[in-house]
Write a protein that binds this ligand. Sequence first.
Ligand code: ARG
Length: 564
Amino acid sequence: MYYKQELAGILFEILSHEMDVKELEMLIEKPKSQLHGDLAFPCFTLAKLKRKSPNVIAQELSEKIQSPIFEKVEVVGAYINIFLNKKLVSEAIIAEITKQKEEYGALNIGNNRNVTIDMSSPNIAKPFSMGHLRSTVIGNALAFIVEKCGYKPIRINHIGDWGTQFGKLITAYKLWGDAEKVKQNPIKELLTLYIKFHEEAESDPSLVEQGRSWFKRLEDGDEEALLLWKWFRDESLQEFSRIYELMNVQFDSFAGEAFYNDKMDRVVKLLEEQQLLVESDQAQVVELTDEGLPPCLIKKSDGATLYATRDLAAALYRKENYNFDLSLYVVGNEQSLHFKQLIAVLDKMGYQWAKKMVHIPFGMMLKDGKKMSTRKGKVVLLEEVLNESIAMAKNSIEEKNPNLTDKDTVAKQVGVGAVMFHDLKNFRMNDIEFSLEEMLRFEGETGPYVQYTFARACSILRKATWQTGTDIQISSTAWEKEWKVVVLLTEFPNAIKRSFEQLDPSQIAKYIVDLAQAFNKYYAEVKILEENAEQQARLALVSSVTIVLKEGLRLLGIEAPEEM
Ligand code: ARG
């Protein structure tokens, strides 16, 4: 709510500092309907404090509230409703956005401190799953959001490039693999081998033993095992990078699980020194009974280290290397226990910064109501999904705008943006149903809808002659039809703040849908291009809308084509 602070300040003075400004600010509400004004102050708390009837207080106070920015002050029962001066507010916000451009909405909460974001983190030799897509898209948006809030994001791809599955894969490759096939189509071929391993292992348990021993050889640095591992890893990373390129996602680090192979002894030692390690079933664990959690496994009976041990080493490494102020882990809901344990162990080790680690879980991607899995052949390959989405976007562009130049670039921006927006528009914990048709609709709450609205606004600006300037004059006193759009423009910084506080990009997605809807309604009602006294101010409003829509999409990692 714009001017909330102003109102709180005025009340603070009227009340002769009897109540705290912050407290006053928290009491200020936004009326459900704009018919009741733009701000409302309920007098119940004050009534208790002053032992007076709230209605009387509302009446008394309202008479003293005066400011050029408030057009009308009205009392309804115990509420003081305040109507903002539409002309002044509209002029002010347009001037602000015109001046700040894409900087508008930036907040300085972070003071340039670092935020590490563990995101994407797919597993080598397996297809990039929907879960990894969600992590990539959410992590990428959070990186832009924390950056907008004045932090420095560090995007870390904690690649799953180590673990018993490599023993299985090497076994399968040695038995049934074909080097040429792997080179031609690495992930598909490696996945086929991996699936075959699991199928065969059901009737031949000796395979499991072979897999285990290949993994042991790998951990012991056996040359053949290492060579195969490195080859699988390189091929997989190359495939992943194609997907990242499509989505325009960059990373600052690819330090994956293997990176911590030589950094775990130290963790085990530290735990030993602090006498936190105990034997249990021949394995080494950290007891977390006091924390109400099951013990955290640090070392297996055969000495092999575990996922958790690597994450402990990774957390120490990140703190020492990046001195993070906040350390985010964008990883599926099903790993919640793992991250609780991780944080609890670090806390037990005495690290204050463990409190600055946050697991950011998300729900599942469903197809026809069922989980999409990668193991049993029921796979949806993400690259295929993205390419299909791009092809569908291209079709609808051919239909709607056959003369568009550079259709392929736009189709990519729309197709990929659709998939990303669909992921980000709901609170991340919700499961989402996967449907390309739904994602690519040009109406409703979709990426293409917001992009299309942006392009439409750009086209208005192209058709008109107008001057950008911060000195916007509105001639009529009441900008009624514009008001909804104006109010939404003032709310952008708040949407950013909320999405940061809740680490939830959907706050921004919802906001830009609201703005797009309000703008389209306005566009249908008002002839913006008509030459009259309001034309320049209206064009400046349209320009402000384009700035905010584009910046909102950018914060979600989505591009905004000017024509589509
Ligand atoms: N590779 C893991 C998986 O696919 C996710 C890794 C998440 N990051 C982490 N630091 N544990 O399940």
